[in-house]
Ligand binder design. Structure first.
Ligand code: MN
Ligand code: MN
Length: 296
């Protein structure tokens, strides 16, 4: 179990992430730049005393996750876009990871958007010490199928440990028959993705998000200094050039990718180009139930 001090950090990071999520979702309008939303969301997190647990993901339509705007990204929201904003705050390694979905100017996908929220909120009603992964997955799937949609089966929720965003348990969106249980003291993100497509994502183009993988000798002195900055600023968490307060960050990221010091994440794209919605909360499992930490 977390002690009072640890729990307080987890709750602060969660609350900041929750408010940042709402701020980001409220800014999603026709003609607004993705870049501006990502910068505002991350600015909010930093101004409120937290670090970034990962870059603000802004993924549209069939892109389920892992797109963040690059430096100077000109892309804007268009009418009819189904937009996922997924953000994370960390305080001394304790993370709040949370996401929501909105549609730009239309209501064609209202039911699809609503169903991932309903699935998450239904899990919130019973998640707690001793609940099996199978029970969670089964619930998510039956909620979605009951409304005529399918879960994205190869995207999962996850346990979170200090400085480790994807640790231990994977939380399925279908009945994987696992009798493994969520346990008191765990931090768990539940993030069902719903779609009208195949129910599966595949790797697409790079989405501007990278992480540190291994140390290697870097002949380029400035790139080596940049790596030191990155380790101090983002620790073990994923990041992107846009979030770096360092000259020529984009160029240094490319250099470090080439040397195998950083590894890039691909955008995750629905296999049949189905539209994807996602809602995510982080939970702290206390001695019996799950507390949502990422309310604003
Ligand atoms: Mn997330
Ligand atoms: Mn997550």
């Amino acid at each position: 179990m977390l002690n009072e001090d640890q729990l307080s950090k987890l709750r602060t990071a969660g609350k900041v992430a929750g408010a940042a999520r709402e701020l980001g979702l409220s800014m999603v309008k026709e003609g607004v730049k993705l870049y501006d939303v990502a910068q505002e969301v991350e600015g909010y997190i930093r101004e409120h005393g937290c670090g970034l647990a990962f870059p603000c993901n802004i993924s549209i339509n069939e892109v389920a996750a892992h797109y963040t705007p690059c430096c100077g990204d000109p892309k804007v929201f268009e009418i009819g876009d189904v937009v996922k904003v997924d953000c994370g705050a960390e305080l001394d390694g304790y993370v709040g990871d949370t996401a929501g979905t909105v549609e730009v100017g239309t209501a064609a996908y209202r039911d699809l958007i609503e169903i991932s929220k309903t699935a998450r909120n239904t899990v919130a009603e019973f998640i707690g010490d001793g609940v099996t992964l199978s029970a969670i997955g089964k619930t998510v799937e039956s909620v979605m199928r009951g409304a005529g949609f399918v879960p994205v089966s190869n995207l999962c929720g996850h346990q979170i440990e200090p400085y480790n965003l994807h640790a231990g348990l994977s939380v399925p969106s279908y009945d994987n028959e696992s009798k493994e249980t969520v346990k008191a003291g765990m931090v768990v993100a539940v993030e069902p993705f719903a779609t009208n497509g195949a129910g599966e994502v595949r790797n697409g183009r790079p989405g501007n998000i990278v992480r540190f993988v291994r140390d290697r000798k870097i002949p380029d002195q400035k790139a080596a200094e940049f790596l030191d900055y990155v380790k101090g600023e983002f620790k073990t968490f994923p990041f992107c050039a846009r979030s770096c307060d360092f000259p020529d960050a984009e160029r240094h990221v490319k250099t470090l990718l080439r040397h195998g010091v950083l590894s890039g994440y691909a955008q995750l794209v629905e296999a049949k180009k189905g539209i994807v919605s996602q809602h995510e909360y982080t939970f702290y499992i206390d001695s019996h139930r799950g507390e949502v930490t990422t309310l604003p």
